[in-house]
Design a protein around this ligand. Sequence first.
Ligand SMILES: [Zn+2]
Length: 121
Amino acid sequence: MKSGKIILFVLAAFALIFYFLFFLGSGGQTGGFNFIWIAISLAAVGFILIFFATRMGAPSEVPDNVTVNIDLPGEVGMDTIKCKSCGGVLSEKDIKLVAGAPVATCPFCGTTYQLTEEPKW
Ligand SMILES: [Zn+2]
């Protein structure tokens, strides 16, 4: 995440440097028209890269506010999830994302298991 942001900023800096060079090169030359267009597109690329770089960095700066959205199938209501072992009703707090998969931990008997797409309980 962080390195990608740095790479984008470096690329943006290069684009703007070359924009400046092409802009200077456009003056007093026969190929001036082409240089101007290259310069304009380089500037556009540079600003687009900066835009993406700043947007990319935004979420990592506020890690505490990141809410984990657990994607459960629409059919499975939170109040209908029950423990496989003891039948205790599991609440939203008992489900956490482990390695990208929703994992339920029963507060009553301590059983931990993965939630599948189509639960059979
Ligand atoms: Zn249980």
